[in-house]
Design a protein around this ligand. Structure first.
Ligand SMILES: Nc1ncnc2c1ncn2[C@@H]1O[C@H](COP(=O)(O)OP(=O)(O)OP(=O)(O)O)[C@@H](O)[C@H]1O
Ligand SMILES: [Mg+2]
Length: 507
């Protein structure tokens, strides 16, 4: 008698299977004997610390990297991918960790990139068919997006959808998403997760990578945990919880999450006072003060104007009106270098684009802004550079093969840790952080929070922009909430809840 609770044999046949995959880079064994089975109509999550090998494994599945050893099977038949087009032909679609849309092409052109319908013996673009096809995929996604606008004008959330639409236009049966919610606000992420569930219900096989464990629990049928390039666990949803996952991820029990003892606002004058700050079209009439030793959180949804506010304080853009006082002195920087000169550091949100020097090594990337301090008579004190780098590599558990490894070859999360280390090493007095732990694994995140608390305790004033309400509540003393460029209020973290912040953020 067949067991009626088991799915039919067809559904239990993996649509995609990896066997014994190995991939080495100079100095790193990125994948070591990895197996994976993915089923139609099911979501399989990949989790692991930064540098565990998740993106590398995905690159193997989409034909970007050739494994050194191992087999890829589709529908139980060995498949060889010599290039990404081969994987696409098998119905494998990818939404990569770094979106690869072409900013100055329209939504329609981006959706149909690689599948553009041609006519007249393949010499002319068939605009009519293009439009029909793009419309059809967007209907599938259930979103209305203007097909004719340049993709660069869309928010990240919509760009994400365009990227998914492209995969669907290529008839993907296997959809791979590498940290798709990392740059989304909570309601946006929620919509995306619902879409992924719908696609799963339509029979799509989904491979999902995320550091946000609640999402992993919500979506997954199965979870593969990776550590140091190896598959260390395969769990069914029912056996997985945060403690179990983190234990597999780091190979030991997680450190206790520390909650912050709200620091008493010092009676002293604030170090940074912002009043009535306005930049027309971006934010309006923003006032707050930041004290020494304090962590101030700025919560809100993406597009609330928080990044624009930070950039304006930092001298990257000019204000329309309002005042900023630094230790009681009015300041108006014309350039970020002036802000840095006054001891203000800003770690931008798009570290990948704005923060790294891809062709330089880890140590150089970490110490670039402090090189003059490390230098004597025009000679960089290499040993100091090495020891500063060592300190942060150790503190943040950054996975590198050597200090000279090119930063562009690090995993996404490890690149972020390097840039964060760079700014913490500058010894500033006011630190502006924009989404400091985006894409950073759970354990490193706690470690970064701990370091920020220590820095605050030693007198630094910290402003943290974060779209994760849990993060601002756990980290900040006071939280200000912004919505559509305006200040919605200020709450002490001790009185804040996720629901309260969400309510303030949306209206
Ligand atoms: N092109 C490359 N050249 C050299 N090393 C690489 C390259 N790509 C990845 N690596 C190394 O392989 C290892 C695995 O990296 P991978 O990007 O797969 O990690 P990940 O699990 O996706 O991490 P994250 O969560 O930070 O995105 C890392 O040690 C990384 O430095
Ligand atoms: Mg990755």
């Amino acid at each position: 008698m067949p067991d009626p609770t088991l799915p039919t044999s067809d559904a239990r046949r993996p649509i995609l299977e990896l066997r014994g995959i190995r991939k080495a880079f100079p100095g790193v064994l990125a994948l070591d004997d990895v197996d994976l089975k993915v089923f139609p109509g099911a979501i399989h999550s990949l989790v692991g610390e930064n540098g565990a090998g998740k993106s590398t494994l995905i690159n193997v599945m989409v034909g970007l990297f050739k494994p050194d050893i191992g087999e890829i099977r589709i529908d139980d038949t060995p498949a060889r991918f010599n290039q990404p087009a081969d994987a696409r032909a098998f119905g494998i679609g990818l939404v990569p960790q770094e979106l690869n849309l072409i900013p100055h092409l329209t939504v329609m052109e981006n959706i149909l990139l690689g599948t553009t319908p041609l006519r007249f013996a393949n010499t002319a673009v068939d605009w009519h068919a293009m439009r029909a096809k793009a419309t059809k995929v967007l209907e599938l996604i259930g979103e209305e997006i203007d097909l004719d606008v340049e993709v660069s004008t869309l928010s990240v959330a919509y760009q994400q959808l365009v990227q998914i639409a492209r995969a669907l236009a290529q008839d993907a049966r296997i959809l791979i998403l590498d940290e798709p919610t990392a740059s989304l606000s909570i309601p946006e992420a929620d919509r995306l997760l619902a879409l992924i569930e719908q696609l799963r219900d339509k029979g799509c096989a989904v491979i999902y990578v995320s550091h946000r464990l609640p999402e992993v629990f919500r979506l997954s049928d199965q979870i593969t945990v990776m550590r140091n390039g190896r598959k260390v666990a395969l769990l069914d949803r029912a056996e997985a919880n945060e403690a179990v996952l983190v234990r597999h991820m780091i190979g030991r029990d997680a450190q206790q999450r520390e909650h912050r003892q709200a620091s008493v606002r010092s009676a002293s004058k604030p170090i940074l006072e912002v009043s009535g700050l306005t930049r027309v079209g971006e934010f309006e009439d923003i006032s707050f003060s930041l004290h020494r030793g304090e962590i101030l959180g700025i919560a809100g949804l993406i597009g609330a104007g928080r990044t624009e506010l930070a950039r304006c304080i930092f001298g990257d853009t000019r204000r329309s009106s309002g005042r900023v006082l630094l230790e009681g002195q009015p300041i108006e920087f014309r350039h970020p270098s002036e802000a840095i000169g006054q001891g203000i550091a800003y770690v931008p949100e798009e570290r990948k684009r704005l923060g790294i020097f891809p062709a330089l090594g880890v140590a150089e990337n970490m110490t670039l802004p402090i090189l003059s301090r490390l230098s004597r008579l025009f000679q960089i004190r290499w040993s100091r550079q090495r020891s500063v780098t060592d300190e942060f590599v150790g503190k943040f558990a950054i996975k590198i093969s050597s200090q000279d490894q090119l930063i562009r070859n690090l995993s996404g999360g490890n690149q972020q840790k390097v840039i964060l280390g760079r700014w913490l090493a500058t010894g500033c007095r006011v630190l502006l952080l924009d989404e400091p732990t985006r894409g950073i694994d759970v354990n490193a995140k706690f470690e970064i929070h701990r370091i920020l608390r220590e820095l605050a305790a030693s007198g630094l004033a910290i402003l943290v922009i974060s779209s994760e309400f849990e993060e601002v509540i756990g980290l900040a003393d006071q939280i200000i909430v912004m919505h559509e460029g305006r200040l919605k209020g200020c709450v002490p973290a001790s009185e804040a809840t996720q629901e309260k912040l969400l309510t303030m953020s949306v209206a």
